[in-house]
Design a protein around this ligand. Structure first.
Ligand SMILES: NC(=O)c1ccc[n+]([C@@H]2O[C@H](COP(=O)([O-])OP(=O)(O)OC[C@H]3O[C@@H](n4cnc5c(N)ncnc54)[C@H](O)[C@@H]3O)[C@@H](O)[C@H]2O)c1
Ligand SMILES: O=P(O)(O)OC[C@@H](O)[C@@H](O)[C@H](O)[C@H](O)CO
Length: 459
């Protein structure tokens, strides 16, 4: 394999001025927001300073190749490598001096983030989790020293940056979360406000006057890369890129909100007044069926999305779930039908090796939002279709140790469900989905589905 690394000079990629910060340099950011920026007609004016979420590894690797990296777009008939150069600087997340420096610049227009659902440190009510020890440490540190303290959480870093911006009188800015969370703008607004209130109540007024929050729906299936992907880049481009990202051809971005200091001309992005109907379509149909397969199909022994959707039983579960969810969507029936058809094709792309175990992680954050509104709506209407209760059953069977391994940021909460008497576990999970005091028939139905899945696991 080649030992040569990518370099800006060799690829003729100039460094654009930093006008955007990103928190969480994961795979998705590099396949989506950074890629949309790369393809903007005004890309030369819009550079990203990107910060890792936790460890420094990605920053070190990217720094060694001038912030540029390969995106392998996995077309049905082959890989199309693209070199992406919109990251003008990459820093470890702990580099608070750099973060504060960017925020203090009037040139900084917006901050995107992809730190996973768990990274926003919310409690079960959606506010900032003040019992989280890292959150408590950030509050204490920022109170003691607003200008140069070390903070480790995403809300803490955002507030540290906003304090620096206020201090420099650098003007308005937009926060643009890009995680798969309904109403992600309101989510970020809430945790930032909650933390600011604890640190310095006068900052809350400044935020209201100067910070806009943009809500987004984001879509592009981007699994974690492998050593084989790195080898593929070696063969295609004759370079060693340890930070190659693999993604599908499809990409979608819908945004609602104000950008007081402008934004790149992201090609194909849609700017709307309200993202909710787009977000429900994507979160319930795509992410919902992903989670259903992550739990249910891994119990049947499948490892990847493409293998799962190729199994007639699993395909049937997915279609059943889609039938129920579709009735709750606000988009027209033709659009839903086309989206379902496209999803089957996207899922069946066996060249994208999307592991069910990756999707299964952090179910406590995902299951309620991906299935709760639809199931609660059905129950309120006096119905309990099997297609909408099976995902709950599959998750509980997964927590019982079947299928993909259990990893969850809220380990204690899910361990309690796993250890509970099964009917109690079902009631607890339904409660998290907004169904309090569920009828005995509903609980029995879920218990029957859990038993069937667990029997299939051991057969
Ligand atoms: N991968 C996809 O197909 C895809 C598609 C749409 C949206 N998303 C969203 O993008 C987000 C990131 O997904 P990804 O695929 O890039 O994952 P990833 O594992 O590649 O990257 C996750 C990033 O978040 C950071 N992070 C994780 N936990 C954190 C925490 N507790 N605090 C601070 N930072 C933390 C990590 O350091 C890393 O930078 C998720 O929220 C997901 O909903 C992903
Ligand atoms: O990224 P997560 O962990 O929130 O969810 C896993 C997948 O459902 C998700 O990454 C999808 O691939 C993505 O949302 C497609 O746009």
């Amino acid at each position: 394999m080649s030992e040569q690394r990518l370099s800006r000079q060799e690829h003729g990629r100039p460094v654009a001025p930093v006008r955007m910060v990103h928190l969480g340099v994961g795979n998705f950011f590099r396949a989506h927001q950074a890629w949309f920026t790369e393809h903007s007609q005004d890309a030369a004016e819009w550079g990203y300073a990107a910060f890792t979420g936790r460890s420094a590894g990605v920053a070190d690797d990217l720094a060694a190749q001038d912030g540029i990296y390969t995106l392998l777009v996995r077309e049905p008939d082959g890989d199309r490598p693209e070199v992406v150069s919109s990251l003008s600087a990459v820093h470890p997340g702990r580099d608070l001096a750099a973060l504060r420096g960017y925020f203090a610049s009037p040139e900084l227009a917006l901050v995107t983030s992809t730190v996973t659902e768990a990274g926003y440190r919310r409690d079960t009510e959606g506010g900032l989790d003040l019992t989280d020890l890292d959150v408590a440490a950030d509050i204490e540190a920022l109170r003691a020293d607003p200008e140069s303290s070390e903070v480790s959480t995403t809300p803490g870093r955002l507030v540290a940056g906003l304090l620096a911006r206020r201090g420099a009188d650098a003007g308005p800015i937009a926060l643009v979360p890009c995680d798969n969370v309904p109403d992600n703008g309101a989510m970020v607004a809430r945790v930032v406000r909650d933390l600011a209130e604890q640190v310095d109540p006068t900052l809350v007024d400044w935020i209201e006057a100067n910070v806009t929050v943009v809500t987004t729906m984001v879509d592009r299936i981007t699994p974690r890369g492998t050593d084989e992907d790195r080898d593929t880049v070696g063969e295609l481009l004759h370079v060693d890129d340890p930070q190659v990202v693999v993604t599908e051809p499809f990409a979608e971005w819908v945004l609602a909100g104000e950008f007081p200091r402008g934004r790149p001309e992201w090609p194909g992005a849609q700017f709307v007044d309200d993202v909710s109907k787009h977000e429900q379509r994507k979160l319930w149909l795509l992410n919902g069926s992903h989670s259903l397969m992550a739990y249910g199909a891994s119990i049947l022994g499948h490892e990847t999305v493409s293998a799962a959707i190729g199994d007639e039983t699993v395909r049937g579960w997915v279609e059943e779930w889609w039938d129920v969810a579709a009735a709750h969507l606000e988009v027209d029936a033709d659009e839903v039908a086309a989206y379902r058809q496209a999803l089957v094709e996207r899922f069946a792309n066996s060249r994208i090796r999307h592991l069910l175990a990756q999707i299964a992680a952090d179910g406590s954050q995902k299951v309620p939002i991906r299935f709760g509104p639809v199931l609660a709506g059905e129950v309120a209407a006096g119905r309990s279709p099997a297609g909408a209760t099976r995902p709950v059953a599959a998750w509980i069977a997964h927590l019982h140790g079947h299928g993909a391994p259990v990893t969850d940021a809220q380990q204690d909460r899910v361990a309690e469900v796993a250890a509970a008497e099964p009917a109690e576990a079902v009631r607890t999970v339904l409660g998290w989905m907004g169904i309090d005091a569920p009828a005995d028939d509903l609980v029995s139905q879920v218990l029957g589905q859990i038993a069937a899945l667990e029997a299939a696991a051991s057969s």
